[in-house]
Design a protein around this ligand. Structure first.
Ligand SMILES: [Zn+2]
Length: 362
């Protein structure tokens, strides 16, 4: 089996494993959320807010905030420990997969980066997330989330107080209603955000740890190839970066946005091209299947029916994709600016007005 094909196969299997690992890590928030729920209920049922003045309200808010601070603190401490473990595991996995790919007769052994190097990389290299939350370090990415959750809970209590709501109403706003399965409360948002933060943080540490292995093996590794997920949920940036290659020390690395599933494979000197017959997983209109490993996201999407294309791209981009006369490659390059930020339809139109005309989009 060609070396890069072995690495690709292992990476794809591993990406599935990593998604499961993320889900497992997400479930660890549940007991902490329960604790928050219980703690808030206790404090809010004790207080008769209608009899409160401002200074008593501020005292209650302080009490609530220190409760939340403590619970989030314990959760994030545990998360950070788990993230370091995951990072070490990922670095070792990458070195092992390089070793497995070594052709017979090559007596090279892939180096595993030190635990200190891995730790430094995950903590001091920013997340690849673009946009308003872009460029954050892992520590502030996690901390800013907990701050936002604390602010949201305090806001609901304060607003309830000033609007003369009963404690029961305020509790309902925070917890949600039983009839809607508590999905309408503030804590449901907290839960969703926790899942996003955990998944994104795991993707970041996995990505950074694997890059450390790449950097520790300059004789073996020459670059990386980004691999997005072939289904209809893949984001604009990830669709457009699929199959793009970068040298080891250049270019963006996933996660490119919260909940990003994009991964990458290491390109080695062992074999310049992927072996013939290598495949990658896809989930198109006909369900799950395998396609050739070198097919790009948009080349794959060209094979899908119009309805699926619209589901993935949205109706306007779908129309442009089908009728604009653009190749899959050109369409991909039109999606992102020089800093890999997604282009709006207006920005795309300024670059390719003819394609819009051909597709009949005004
Ligand atoms: Zn993504």
């Amino acid at each position: 089996m060609a070396a890069n094909r072995a690495i690709l196969d292992a990476t794809i299997r591993h990406a599935v494993f990593l998604e499961r690992l993320k889900s497992n890590e997400v479930t660890k928030f549940a007991p902490f959320l329960k604790e928050i729920d219980r703690g808030l209920r206790e404090r809010l049922t004790k207080a008769d807010m209608t009899a409160y003045n401002r200074s008593r309200l501020e005292k209650l808010l302080k009490d609530v905030d220190s409760l939340l601070l403590g619970i989030f603190g314990r959760f994030t401490d545990q998360l950070q420990l788990d993230l370091v473990d995951i990072a070490n595991y990922e670095a070792e996995f990458e070195a092992a997969s390089l070793n497995n790919a070594m052709p017979a007769g090559v007596s090279l052994e892939a180096a595993v980066p030190t635990a200190e190097a891995i730790r430094a990389a995950i903590l001091t290299n920013p997340l690849g997330v673009r946009g308003a939350d872009g460029g954050k370090l892992l520590g502030s990415f996690i901390e800013d989330w907990t701050t936002a959750e604390r602010t949201r809970v305090a806001g609901a209590i304060r607003q309830g107080f000033f609007e003369g709501q009963t404690n029961f109403q305020i509790i309902k706003n925070i917890r949600g209603t039983k009839a809607l399965g508590y999905k309408d409360g503030i804590l449901a948002t907290t839960d969703r955000n926790a899942a996003t933060v955990v998944r994104t943080a795991v993707q970041h540490v996995a990505s950074q740890a694997r890059m450390e292995t790449a950097k520790a093996n300059p004789k073996l590794v020459t670059g990386i190839r980004l691999i997005a997920t072939l289904d209809s949920r893949t984001s604009q940036i990830c669709r457009s970066l699929d199959q793009r290659t970068f040298p080891v020390n250049e270019g963006p690395r996933p996660p490119f946005h919260p909940n990003c599933r994009t991964s990458f494979v290491l390109i080695t000197r062992l074999n310049e091209m992927f072996g013939k017959g290598a495949t990658r997983a896809s989930k198109g209109a006909d369900g799950a299947g395998q396609v050739s490993a070198d097919v790009t996201y948009y080349a794959w999407l060209k094979q899908q029916p119009a309805a699926f294309q619209d589901k993935a791209l949205g109706p306007t981009r779908g129309k442009l994709f089908r009728n604009g006369g653009l190749s899959a490659e050109r369409f991909a390059s039109l999606q992102l600016d020089r800093n890999f930020a997604p282009m709006t339809l207006d920005e795309m139109k300024a670059v390719e007005p003819l394609a819009f005309e051909r597709a009949g989009i005004n």
